[in-house]
Design a protein around this ligand. Structure first.
Ligand code: 8ID
Ligand code: ZN
Length: 351
């Protein structure tokens, strides 16, 4: 019942165009599974990949996508039921595979693996009906969870959950989410709230303001309207000293050069967003006297993934999403490029 051919969104070269066409269905290797993707979120990373924004090249031709939720329909000979069952609901994440043997994998820092496979970047991803993934790395989606709504958790959710953990922010403290109306940001607001943190949302426009506020941000700062963002962020905290942590999930360079100035003394700036050719900047004098910590965070390991999904399964996270068909991906990229997406778009695969 697994077909020979399937629908996919493919690019042949950097910059596109996207081609919606039929391609062969791959066969899983000994330690792989074949996942019948039902839904896939569209992350800004997918657009960075099309645009060639980053210093490492993608495979070509490339099928993008790394928030794929679907059902395991075939598996390799070495995949036992303990690892992954046929018929199970699983998620295809950005980290499609890691070696599990290098010094980083050994310490559960799988995202730092020296020879990773990245879904929708160095291997074909979830913008197709049948996707290959490493059996040991697929996320196990709890029973009863809707596959459309959960798909954005598979990158956006895991990544911001991990970033919040890395920040060390504790219940009762305040975190600023920069890019709070976007895909990662709209989930960061909710994970932070669920962790007992106060949230300052930073983004632009009425729609993103309404969304961030509805999802739990106690205050919102419109970066396009603010004449002094440093002052406004500090003033949004009770004592005027600034947030204990800042989660940077914006796709422009500016905030990566501002956050160290408004974070609280002994506070932590967590860098997650990956705008093209951007640099982090902080004034040495003020940063030293404030003992500021600047730390980067990159997706999450298998345990982080399980925990992020568990928050969702417990009803603590509502994904603000709109669903369109796989063939509509070019329109989603256009809106994303224009900064017009509040929350996430999720692609529905053809039946
Ligand atoms: O593991 C990682 N580090 C990781 C994982 C997943 C994604 C990193 N990312 C990266 C993506 O590659 C991308 O660069 O995180 C970034 C955010 O991805 P996204 O949430 O999928 O993008 P989006 O939905 O377009 O949201 C971006 C938001 O940033 C706002 C925009 O208005 C939008 O809502 N924004 C911008 I552009 N400039 C801003 C500013 N100066 C800003 N918000 C506040 N201040
Ligand atoms: Zn992503």
């Amino acid at each position: 019942k697994i077909p020979e051919e399937q629908w996919a969104q493919v690019i042949d070269k950097v910059g596109g165009p996207l081609q919606y066409k039929k391609i062969p269905v791959a066969k899983p290797g000994p330690e792989e599974v074949l996942v019948n993707i039902k839904y896939s979120g569209v992350c800004h990373t997918d657009l960075h990949a099309v645009n060639g924004d980053w210093p490492i090249p993608t495979k070509l031709p490339l099928v993008g996508g790394h928030e794929g939720a679907g059902i395991v329909v075939a598996r390799g000979d070495l995949v036992t039921d303990e690892i992954c069952k046929i018929g199970e609901a699983v998620g295809v994440k950005w980290l499609n595979d890691s070696c599990l043997s290098c010094t980083f994998c050994q310490q559960a820092d799988e995202p730092l693996c020296l020879t990773p496979k990245l879904s929708g970047y160095t291997v074909d991803g979830s913008f197709q009906q049948y996707c290959i993934a490493s059996a040991r790395h697929v996320a196990h989606i709890p029973e009863g969870v809707p596959l459309d709504e959960v798909s954005p958790v598979l990158c956006a959710g895991i990544t911001v959950y991990k970033g919040l953990k890395e920040s060390g922010a504790r219940p009762g403290q305040t975190v600023a989410v920069v890019g709070a109306g976007g895909g990662l940001g709209s989930l960061a607001v909710q994970y932070a709230k669920a962790m007992g943190l106060h949230v300052i949302g930073i983004d632009t426009g009425e729609e993103k303001k309404a969304l961030a506020t509805k999802l739990g941000a106690q205050s919102f700062i419109d970066f396009a309207q603010s004449s002094d963002i440093i002052k406004d962020v500090k003033n949004a905290t009770k004592d005027g000293l600034g947030p204990h942590a800042v989660i940077l999930v914006a796709v422009s360079e500016k905030p990566f050069q501002q956050a160290a100035e408004y974070v609280r003394p002994r506070g932590t700036v967590i860098v997650i967003g990956l705008p093209a050719k951007a640099y982090i900047r902080a004034p040495v004098f003020e940063s030293v006297l404030k003992m500021v910590r600047i730390q980067c965070s990159y997706v999450g390991n298998r345990q982080d993934s399980e925990e992020a999904l568990d928050f969702f399964a417990r009803g603590l996270i509502k994904v603000p999403f709109k669903t369109v068909d796989l063939k509509e991906l070019p329109k989603v990229y256009e809106m994303m490029h224009a900064g017009q997406i509040a929350g996430r778009y999720v692609l529905k695969m053809p039946d």
